[in-house]
Design a protein around this ligand. Structure first.
Ligand code: ZN
Length: 213
């Protein structure tokens, strides 16, 4: 028996800074592409602030405030480095991993789809970009753990409905699907998985005990 992982679970954990890098990348990409998600995340941040206020305050170590002030001063003095993106199609959270654009990546051909692995951890997580050709489908599959899919370009349809740019689709062992790309263009997605897992994977463990998974 497992409880379904929801987007709110992820946003709340992200607001608390508790997501592993690969999962945080998926959530950040979702936030970068979806205004609706950013509004929801702001609510989660506010809720997180309430939770923090209710927590016992940590006593400051001697000199902690002065150290923080010096650190902020140093950061203010540093020039802002925001390199011009080569490929404006790349959402901001992906630019460090895709610095020269999508087309420069070493795509691996899988027939109706191409994929490229992204070097991001921690171990046990897998992040990749998947490009599904217009009108083609991914073979029907289910999941040993969780699968987070963020649509970057185009759209696809599965048992959960039609998903478009910016959408975050969460699948787990209860979901069997055969995603089909829209006919009017290729569908490019970021896909993050935590398999191989049973019913409760790292995400579920991570969310405990705050969220029972
Ligand atoms: Zn899937």
């Amino acid at each position: 028996m497992t409880t379904e992982l929801t987007r709110d679970d992820l946003l709340l954990s992200h607001a608390a800074g508790r997501l592993p890098a690969a999962i945080a990348l998926a959530v950040d990409t979702h936030l970068a592409l979806s205004g609706e998600a950013r509004v929801r995340f702001a609510t989660c941040l506010a809720l997180g602030g309430v939770l923090l206020e209710e927590a016992e305050p940590e006593p400051l170590t001697p000199g902690a405030w002065e150290r923080l002030e010096r650190k902020l001063e140093r950061e203010k003095a540093l020039p802002r480095r925001e390199p011009e993106p080569v490929d404006p199609r790349v959402p901001r959270p992906l630019r460090r991993l895709v610095p020269r654009g999508f087309d420069a990546l070493p795509w691996r051909n899988l027939g109706p789809a191409q994929e490229v692995a992204l070097p991001i951890g921690p171990p046990g997580y897998r992040a990749r970009l998947l490009r599904l050709e217009a009108g083609r489908s991914v073979p029907r599959h289910t999941h040993e753990g969780h699968e987070l899919t963020v649509v970057i370009e185009g759209g696809f349809t599965d048992v959960r409905g039609h998903h478009v740019r910016g959408d975050l689709v969460i699948a787990d062992p209860s979901v069997e699907h055969r995603p089909v790309a829209d006919r009017d263009g290729d569908c490019l997605c970021l896909v993050v998985t935590d398999a191989p897992l049973r019913l409760t994977g790292p995400i579920g463990r991570l969310l405990n005990p705050l969220f029972r998974i």
